[in-house]
Design a protein around this ligand. Structure first.
Ligand code: CDP
Length: 239
């Protein structure tokens, strides 16, 4: 990471990239970008570039892994070696295994897995370019890819982080803010039900700061949710 800037937030609350504390980075979502996947999505959030692909529901082999009453959800989060400043060694590491697990758990409550017994639904998230907030951006993209695959869902899952930077609570920290900030709170939710499906905290915050971070992240999720729905409407009509 480049040298720490003298200050991350100016006197008037403006951030290094010109955003206000409660502003998301520019967001772009496209549904259905891969021909061979059953569902897919491409997402850009600031400098993050992410592809999500969904395969299934499909018969699960080996058969002893099948669940007689529901689908098994599998999620793989992967960072391309060229997605970060210092080449990332290819293959899973502790971080990507943890992110895969929590992403699966963030999405599973939204899926009617009971409609698809004995099958697997495989979700792949490939980070092509990373600039902080990739676990949340991956969940957001995967959710659109699941809908694009036609999988029955209670709601889309939208996700974004809030953070504490120079003592300010800010929405959607980018790389410098995440790296030099004091805390990071990734959150995923089903906006229709106001139901949180992922909540983490890395760093230190007071209880009030944490509440403010959750409020901001939820607000961000509602904006992201609108963009997810727009992306699906662009592909399937309605807009
Ligand atoms: O991406 P996210 O914020 O969900 O996860 P993180 O573990 O807090 O990582 C923050 C950022 O650090 C990533 O988005 C990447 O930009 C960067 N990173 C990196 O440069 N090299 C890695 N091996 C892992 C992360």
């Amino acid at each position: 990471m480049a040298e720490e800037p003298e200050r991350l937030i100016a006197e008037d609350g403006t951030r290094l990239d010109g955003r206000k504390p409660d502003e998301l980075r520019p967001l772009r979502i496209q549904a259905g970008v891969l021909k061979r996947a059953d569902g897919s999505a491409y997402l850009e959030l600031g400098s993050n570039k992410i592809i999500a692909a969904v395969y299934g529901p499909r018969e699960l082999h080996p058969r002893h892994k099948q669940k007689p009453d529901r689908a098994v959800i599998r999620f793989r989060y992967n960072m391309a070696p060229f997605s970060v400043d210092e080449r990332k060694r290819p293959g899973p590491d502790r971080r990507s295994i943890e992110i895969s697990k929590l992403s699966k758990e963030a999405l599973e409550p939204a899926l009617f897995t009971e409609y698809y017994p004995r099958t697997a639904i495989d979700i792949f998230v490939e980070v092509l370019q990373a600039d902080a907030g990739t676990r949340c951006a991956g969940i957001t993209a995967a959710s659109v890819a699941l809908a694009d695959a036609g999988i029955e869902m209670k709601d889309l899952v939208a996700a974004v982080a809030a953070g504490k930077v120079d003592g300010h609570i800010v929405l959607d920290p980018m790389y410098y803010e995440d790296g030099y900030g004091e805390a990071d709170v990734p959150l995923a939710m089903m906006p229709k039900y106001d139901a949180i499906t992922l909540l983490q905290m890395d760093g230190n915050m007071t209880e009030d700061e944490f509440k403010e971070a959750v409020r901001l992240a939820k607000k961000g999720c509602k904006i992201i949710y609108r963009e997810q729905r727009r992306a699906l409407k662009r592909k399937y009509g309605g807009e």
